[in-house]
Design a protein around this ligand. Structure first.
Ligand SMILES: [Ca+2]
Ligand SMILES: [Ca+2]
Ligand SMILES: [Ca+2]
Length: 282
């Protein structure tokens, strides 16, 4: 009986020693959590820092330190802040970083009347192809609903398939995230019916997009939203000057184009539910 008691006592002591030892030897590092915060903003907007939480297996009152950049909301640039924390046993948390992009914006980063909301072709220039520009006319800017954005869009089906022509936008300076978006309806033919992006200084085409998914909403009459990041093209940089051109050289079989919602400035990638990612078919 005495022996058994001694045995139990010994086990208890060992357990206690093990427990105490564990407390002293904390080898688990704390973890830093960042939530929210402004990741993309325009110069002059308010910057909100992410909220920071540090958890640990032992310590409940760990403070964190910050290093890296100090965000200056009045100056365009990319700023990165680093967060560190150490528990009382000296274990360092994995460093977390937070990056904010501050973009300068000027009106010339968007083309004029890219959504046709003036109800006509203000801001756009009609150009000829093979001596004709009949595919484009102020009268074809209408307000019926073919999955347009806003009130008006350009509807090439207001004239005949065999009409041709081109429509050139105002120039724009590439800014923000580099993402552009647009909505296209009508036929799918990259050779003769497309939206293109040209360099303003030498008129070279850098990108070309067709209405690749005209049946998305059940028919060519419905506008489909597309998005593309121009910065993925070799040699294209923020600050470069471009313009958009809409071409209709197609003569039959859904040989018209519908356009709306041409935006050349986006702070962030446009939403995936409205705009599907398209490819450069140049
Ligand atoms: Ca710890
Ligand atoms: Ca519109
Ligand atoms: Ca045509």
């Amino acid at each position: 009986m005495k022996r058994k008691l001694l045995f139990v006592l010994t086990i208890c002591l060992i357990s206690l020693a093990a427990c105490t030892k564990n407390e002293v030897l904390d080898t688990t590092k704390p973890v830093i959590f960042l939530t929210g915060g402004t990741t993309h903003m325009l110069v002059g907007d308010m910057f909100v820092e992410p909220s920071v939480k540090v958890t640990d297996n032992v310590d409940t009152d760990i403070t964190y330190t910050k290093s890296g950049d100090t965000v200056d909301p009045s100056k365009a640039g990319t700023y990165t802040i680093y967060y560190d924390a150490t528990d009382k046993a000296g274990n360092k948390a994995d460093q977390k970083s937070f990056t904010v992009h501050v973009y300068a914006f000027s009106d010339n980063m968007n083309i004029v009347n890219g959504g046709f909301e003036t109800g006509d072709l203000t801001g756009w220039t009609i150009e000829e192809i093979n001596g004709s520009s009949d595919a484009f006319n102020d009268a074809f800017v209408i307000d019926t609903n073919n999955r347009k954005e806003g009130t008006y869009f350009f509807d090439g089906s207001k004239t005949d398939d065999n009409k041709v022509g081109a429509l050139r936008s105002s120039n724009f300076i590439l800014g923000g995230s580099g993402w552009i978006n647009f909505r296209l309806g009508g036929g799918n033919d990259i050779q003769t019916l497309y939206l293109a992006v040209y360099r303003a200084n030498d008129d070279t085409m850098v990108a070309k997009f067709a209405n690749r998914n005209p049946q998305k909403y059940g028919g060519n009459e419905f506008l489909v939203g597309y998005k593309f990041n121009l910065l993925t093209i070799d040699g294209v940089n923020l600050g470069d000057e471009f313009y958009i051109k809409i071409i209709d050289e197609k003569l039959e079989n859904w040989a018209i184009i519908k356009i709306d919602d041409v935006k050349t400035f986006n702070l962030t990638e446009p939403s995936g539910t409205t705009y599907e990612l398209t490819i450069n078919q140049k």
